[in-house]
Ligand binder design. Structure first.
Ligand code: FBP
Length: 550
């Protein structure tokens, strides 16, 4: 593989570690807090062996356990996120620092690699080729969900056959829920393999009072912000296009919100606000048109609109339609797959959807209606990255503006372009923040394993301080879980963190958006900087700074 100049330079970057992890490993001692949770909880029943564990931290002290030889397996699960390679590098370096005889196995292609026992041993030479680089190509990723008794048994068989001391699962909320279930299962079966999770996802929705950020969000949001900033500059120079930009992030609007704070677009829709206020599609179109009309009055027939990927899932009438489609698709999967013509699908659905949903389905552009019927992902989610919400909105805004033109309230010109930024950001070179954070998460995972813990997620806290002041920790996975209704029954899951409307990032945006809707005040954050002054290279995301208050 050809290596770019930047990649060669990034190989030499030495990620920063929290001070407590930087010295001799045998001087990293475990410090346990109070037991978590309260017995009698539904979760306590399901996690008899893992519920109620204390939060783990690290202090200076003698700890010979750190020098045990260990065999650890690592899995990358779900969508790519910048920094995954550094989690593996941090884990590897920790293991080798503890004992040179330790081994790291990489399971290939995600959780499926564990089930099928497909693994490679990761040598120092291999790791060195991936340090500080984006992508998950070192071992690949996958979205297999471990859920059937046969799958749990297959995972156990691999763990025992490979004599694994631990498995590290690097993934989002669903994958870490899986990690919790697997850890519980191994212990219940008398298997000594420990399970440790690691918070990954560009979506930024795996965070809570214990986890400050999921890795990859920082880099992905900065990559998209650079692109949005450039487009704003282009819009203000050419003065002829409205750019409708859909941004990845699944249900949560964290990425859209971060990009809005960084770039100051004319409109940024926030799905969580749409949900809370039950905004219809018509209302959303009115919000966009109001900015178009105001700007046209200033002879500014151009603009930037940011649209979170998951928006349509939150619009009440669309939410209802998707729910009905989900139920029909689950109950009649075979019948539906036999209908190849779209016209045939429409008439099949007509009699099965509620009258309101049938009408909505029929009124949609056929390509979008078809996208709503695309396969769900293995966790049952609509694949919102495949739905052209930005094009749907452009069409609806055009229609509304022609009505406004007819009644004389709008005299401008409207020419719109659609963009989708998603895959462009998931494999970027990790920012210095993500490179350091991920390496620290990997090293922390090693420390948790060496201390004999299972059912924990690797955590690093105090992230807005310089890296040497970060606090590595282990959070019991069950501490972040609740029972949610999924596919008709209650299941233990890690709660997705959506944008909080009373949180500082949203409030900061809400204070400014009226001005941004009317004026041209785009901000261009530029490309991620890897070398140079710390204020240009090491700034965490604005969302994180606003949330943590410094
Ligand atoms: P994870 O939740 O697995 O981290 O995935 C993030 C994500 O990039 C979402 O933002 C996006 O909707 C989805 O993956 C796309 O999935 P796929 O890679 O399967 O197209």
């Amino acid at each position: 593989m050809e290596i770019s100049v930047l990649q060669r330079a990034r190989y030499k970057y030495e990620p920063k570690l929290p001070a407590i992890l930087s010295g001799a490993v045998e001087e990293i001692a475990l410090s346990l807090g109070d037991a978590s949770g309260s017995a009698g909880d539904a979760l306590a029943e399901l996690f008899k062996h893992s519920y109620g564990k204390p939060i783990a931290g690290f202090i200076k002290g003698k700890n010979e356990k750190m020098k045990r030889p260990l065999t650890v397996g690592v899995i990358l699960s779900g969508g790519q996120a910048p920094g995954g390679h550094n989690v593996i590098a941090g884990l590897y370096d920790g293991l080798k620092k503890g004992n040179d005889a330790s081994k790291l196995l990489g399971f290939l292609g995600g959780p499926g690699g564990l089930l099928e026992d497909k693994a490679v041993e990761l040598s120092g030479e291999v790791i060195d080729k991936y340090r500080n680089t984006g992508g998950f190509d070192i071992i690949g990723s996958g979205r297999t969900k471990i859920e059937t008794p046969e799958q749990f048994a297959a995972a156990l068989e691999t763990a025992e056959k490979r004599k694994l001391d631990a498995v590290v699962i690097i993934g989002g909320d669903d994958s870490n829920t899986n990690a919790a279930l697997l850890g519980e299962y191994f212990t219940a079966q008398g298997c000594a393999t420990q399970v440790i999770g690691c918070p990954k996802t560009i979506d930024g929705d795996l965070k809570n009072e214990y986890i400050e950020a999921s890795f990859g969000f920082d880099t992905a949001a900065k990559t998209y912000s650079e692109l949005v900033g450039n487009i704003g500059r282009d819009a203000a120079s050419a003065r002829k296009y409205w750019h409708f930009i859909k941004l990845m992030g699944r249900s949560a609007s964290h990425i859209a919100l971060e990009c809005a704070l960084q770039t100051q677009p004319n409109v940024c829709l926030i799905s969580e606000e749409v949900d809370a206020n039950k905004f219809s599609m018509g209302r959303i179109v009115d919000v966009i048109c109001s900015s178009v009309v105001k700007r046209a009055a200033n002879k500014e027939n151009f603009g930037v609109v940011l649209i979170p990927e998951g928006l349509i899932e939150f619009v009440p009438e669309m939410k209802q339609l998707i729910k009905e489609l989900n139920d029909l698709m689950a109950a009649h999967a075979d019948e539906l797959s036999g209908i190849s013509e779209f016209a045939g699908l429409g008439s099949w659905l007509e009699n099965r959807l509620s009258p309101e949903s049938a009408l909505l389905f029929e009124s949609m552009p056929p390509e979008i209606a078809r996208q709503l019927l695309d396969d769900r992902d293995p966790h049952g989610n609509v694949q919102v990255s495949r739905i052209d919400t930005e094009k749907l909105l452009i069409g609806m805004v055009e229609k509304k503006l022609s009505e406004l033109k007819n009644n004389g309230t709008y005299t401008g010109k409207f020419s719109a372009l659609a963009h989708f930024f998603g895959y462009e950001g998931r494999c970027a070179f990790p920012s210095n923040f993500d490179a350091d954070y991920c390496y620290s998460l990997g090293f922390t995972a090693f420390a948790l394993i060496a201390c004999g813990l299972t059912g924990y997620i690797s955590g690093v806290r105090n992230l807005t301080a310089p890296a040497d002041k970060w606090n590595p920790a282990g959070i019991p996975l069950t501490m972040m879980m609740n029972m949610e209704r999924r596919h008709g029954s209650f299941k233990p899951v890690i709660k997705k963190a959506l944008v909080e409307l009373d949180g500082k990032p949203f409030k900061t945006f809400a204070e400014k958006r009226e001005q941004w809707a009317a004026e041209t005040c785009y901000c261009s954050p530029g490309a991620i900087q890897y070398y140079g002054p710390p204020e240009a290279c090491d700034q965490p995301a604005m969302t994180l700074i606003l949330e943590r208050g410094n």
